[in-house]
Design a protein around this ligand. Structure first.
Ligand code: NAP
Length: 233
C-alpha cells in the first residue's frame, strides 16, 4: 500500500470524475483537477477545495503541470477519440507523471489486454465493431481508447486499467469485485454503480497488487458476485 497525498484527476468534470473528486477529498488527498474549459462550471461545488487546471486533457502542457509532484493520477479515458484525445491524454500522463506515481485509467470491458476475454452475444456484436473501428482509428481516429490502452499496456509505468461493466446510478454497494477476464462467471451480471467504479479507481491508488493489471469489475451486490461469494464460502 503506497502513501497517497496528492492526486491529479484528469477528466474530472464527467460523472465518473466528479465521484472521484468527492472520494479523494473525503480521504484528505490534495486534488488537482483537469477538465475542458467549457466544463469548469460542473466543478463549482468544489471551489476552494481543489486546484483546477482548465484545458483539453490531451494538452501536454496542461497535463505536465497537473501531474508534477503527484503520488497518483486518476484518468478518465474519454470513450471516443477526437484528435487522439484518449491516447494523447494517456501518453502525456505516462510521460510526465513521477516515475513512482500510481496511474489508474478507466475504460470499458471491450478493451482486452491479452485477447482472452470471452464476450456474450451483446459484447460479441460490439467487439468486432470496436476492433474494426480501432483499425480504422489509425486513419480516422474513431476509437482512440483502444490505442490509449495499447500504449498503457506496453508501458513500464505503475499503471492499472480499470475496465468497467455497464454502469448505473445509485448509492454505493461497496468496492466492486473483479476478475482478469470478461466471461469469468463472477462478472456475468455486467452492472456496476458508477459511484463504485469511482471507488475502485480511488482505492486502486493504494493497492499495489493491481499494478500492471487490467481488472474487469462488477458490482459486489450483483447476482453473479453474490453467487461467486456463496460458492467460495
Ligand atoms: N457509460 C458506460 O456505460 C460505461 C461503461 C463502462 C465503462 N465506461 C468508462 O467509464 C468512463 C466514464 O464514462 P462515462 O460514460 O461514465 O462518462 P463520464 O464519466 O461523464 O465521462 C465522460 C468524459 O469524457 C469527456 N468528454 C465528453 N465528450 C467529449 C468530447 N467531445 N471531447 C473530449 N472529451 C469529452 C467528458 O468531459 P466533459 O465533462 O468536459 O464533457 C468526461 O470527462 C470512461 O472511461 C468509459 O470508457 C463507461
Amino acid at each position: 500500500m503506497g502513501d497517497i497525498r496528492r492526486v491529479a484527476i484528469i477528466g474530472a468534470s464527467g460523472k465518473l470524475g466528479q465521484y472521484m473528486v468527492e472520494q479523494c477529498l473525503e480521504r484528505g488527498y490534495q486534488v488537482v483537477a483537469v477538465c475542458r474549459e467549457q466544463s469548469v462550471s460542473k466543478l463549482e461545488r468544489f471551489a476552494g477545495r481543489i486546484e483546477l487546471l482548465p484545458g483539453a486533457t490531451n494538452d501536454r502542457e496542461v497535463i505536465r503541470r497537473a501531474v508534477t509532484g503527484v503520488d497518483g493520477v486518476l484518468t478518465v479515458l474519454a470513450p471516443w477519440g477526437v484528435q487522439q484525445y484518449s491516447s494523447g491524454t494517456a501518453q502525456a500522463v505516462m510521460d510526465f507523471a513521477p516515475v513512482d506515481a500510481r496511474l489508474v485509467f478507466s475504460c470499458g470491458w471491450h478493451i482486452s489486454r491479452d485477447g482472452k476475454d470471452r464476450y456474450d452475444w451483446k459484447l460479441r456484436l460490439m467487439v468486432p465493431i470496436m476492433t474494426r473501428l480501432a483499425k480504422l482509428a489509425r486513419v480516422v481516429e474513431i476509437d482512440d481508447q483502444v490505442e490509449a490502452c495499447r500504449r498503457i499496456f506496453a508501458s513500464d509505468t505503475r499503471w492499472t486499467v480499470v475496465r468497467g461493466s455497464d454502469l448505473e446510478e445509485g448509492p454505493s454497494q461497496g468496492l466492486p469485485v473483479w476478475s482478469e477476464h470478461v466471461g469469468d462467471p463472477v462478472l456475468a451480471s455486467n452492472m456496476t454503480r458508477r459511484v463504485d467504479f469511482a471507488l475502485f479507481m480511488v482505492e486502486a491508488l493504494r493497492d499495489d497488487a493491481l499494478v500492471q493489471v487490467a481488472p474487469a469489475i462488477v458490482g459486489r451486490e450483483t447476482a453473479s458476485a453474490r453467487e461467486h461469494r456463496a460458492a467460495a464460502a
